[in-house]
Design a protein around this ligand. Structure first.
Ligand code: JHZ
Ligand code: ZN
Length: 408
């Protein structure tokens, strides 16, 4: 098997999650009895470029259909994080009307609107039509396209300036042609400009058993070592890194530019990755066993509660929630419904396991004894927001890093 990014052969699989439905493929009620495609899901490590990746390719039209349901603006925590990022960039780089900020995978304008508010010209690029529409509606100039070297050339030819800042959050996992994507960033970045990239850290995925963040949309699972090599191959340089422990289970923000030079923080991360062997197959070898163990424990916990006569619901129709439900085999007898704040998800059903997705008010109205937090990455925000449910006696279960009943 050849690596998706460096092309070397000898990519080594280390986890098989079986055949799962598409994680964001929420099912309309009238389609519940119809066929639902499932695809194999295997994760592998490339010993040459150190990139962790899945082996399967699902067509982009299936992964990102017209009604792609993920809107970034439903988490207050993510919005606050994004606002801080934008404000910091405006201040530290002195951005104003003469500058230009481009965001790749700009979704509904959740981040760029902060630049618009500060008077900085922006362009959002995202392939999801409803999200692009929502962004334009709030005054964030956005176009509905996949990004790559071709689009970068097209934009420049059409008279767009090169960008002083390019932001690519939670998208470097999603693009099959990662080389074309990075080449496009290189082309679009003005001299002296800055690229910031955020992605969940593969170290946290492995160490905290966050296997549910693996699904067909996520082709890559990043590290400093992997990103540094990727950037070098395209004439860009990874200069600095920041860590956010409480975002998506542990997120790294990479700072990339045309210029070489590494911060002490980045050197520390690179050295640490080497020290723990993150750049060797050994690091990933025991993971499959730990994932299986989590599955057994979670099933035992949920079955035990049901046998004791308790009712169970779930919070968060997240993509990761679909991996969790389907891999573990949590059917409607175990967890009867899922709640979510995203109005575009309500009224639909979870892929594969088919729990209905209801507004979050259903927790207080129906008072399930336990609620499994599928969006565990936002567990603090969720439990704070659902204080009334907790006060009424509702209890919470988090599935990772190990299944347990938690008290807020
Ligand atoms: P959320 C997302 O994955 C999207 P997902 C994407 N696949 C990606 O790459 C990763 O992030 C990094 C809801 N919610 O964002 C909103 C509430 O209802 O963790 C979402 O539907 N109330 C591109 O889909 C879901 O939970 C709340 O208070 O796995 C969270 O999904 C909050 C905070 C969220 O991830
Ligand atoms: Zn490789």
């Amino acid at each position: 098997m050849n690596c998706r990014v460096c092309g070397a052969d000898g990519v080594r699989p280390f986890l098989d999650l079986g055949k799962t439905p598409l994680s964001d493929g929420l099912v309309r009620p009238e389609k519940l009895d119809g066929p639902e495609p499932r695809f194999a899901l295997d994760v592998a490590f490339c010993p040459s470029c150190k990139m962790v990746q899945i082996l399967e390719d699902v067509a982009q039209e299936l992964l990102f259909p017209e009604d792609y349901p993920y809107f970034s603006s439903f988490s207050d925590h993510l919005l606050a994080h994004s606002r801080r990022h934008a404000t910091n960039l405006v201040e530290t780089r002195g951005l104003g009307a003469a500058n230009f900020v481009v965001e790749l995978a700009s979704n509904d304008g959740y981040l760029l609107h902060n630049f618009v508010d500060a008077g900085v010209p922006v362009l959002g690029i995202d392939p999801a039509p409803a999200q692009v529409q929502a962004a334009n509606d709030k005054g964030v100039r956005s176009i509905c396209r996949f990004f790559g070297i071709e689009l970068a050339e097209e934009l420049l030819a059409a008279g767009e300036p090169q960008a002083d800042v390019i932001i690519a959050n939670n998208v470097c996992a999603h693009v099959p042609d990662l080389n074309g994507f990075v080449a496009g960033m290189k082309r679009l970045l003005a001299p002296g400009g800055l690229i910031t990239i955020e992605n969940p850290y593969v170290r946290d995925l492995i160490d905290h058993c966050e296997f549910d963040t693996i699904y067909h949309e996520h082709l890559f699972y990043h590290s400093c070592t992997g990103i540094a090599g990727l950037m070098e191959r395209h004439g860009l340089h990874l200069n600095h890194v920041e860590y956010f422990a409480d975002l998506h289970g542990g997120t790294l923000r990479y700072h990339v530019s045309h210029d070489s030079g590494r911060s002490a923080e980045l050197e520390r991360y690179l050295a640490e990755e080497q020290k723990i062997g993150l750049d060797t197959f050994r690091y990933y070898e025991g993971f499959a066993h730990r994932v299986e163990h989590l599955k057994t424990e979670l099933l035992a916990l949920l079955r035990g509660l049901r046998e004791g006569g308790h009712t169970i619901a779930a919070y968060g129709a997240a993509a990761k929630g679909s991996t969790m439900l389907n891999y573990v085999g949590i059917d409607r007898d175990l967890v009867s419904f899922v709640v979510d704040r995203n109005v575009h998800k309500q009224g639909l059903h979870m892929p594969g396991t088919h729990q209905p997705i209801l507004p979050v008010e259903a927790l207080v109205e129906q008072r399930p004894d336990y609620t499994l937090i599928l969006a565990w990455n936002f567990k603090d925000e969720i439990m704070r927001q659902q204080a009334a449910y907790t006060e009424a006696g509702g209890r919470w279960i988090v599935p990772v890093p190990k299944p347990e009943v938690v008290n807020p």
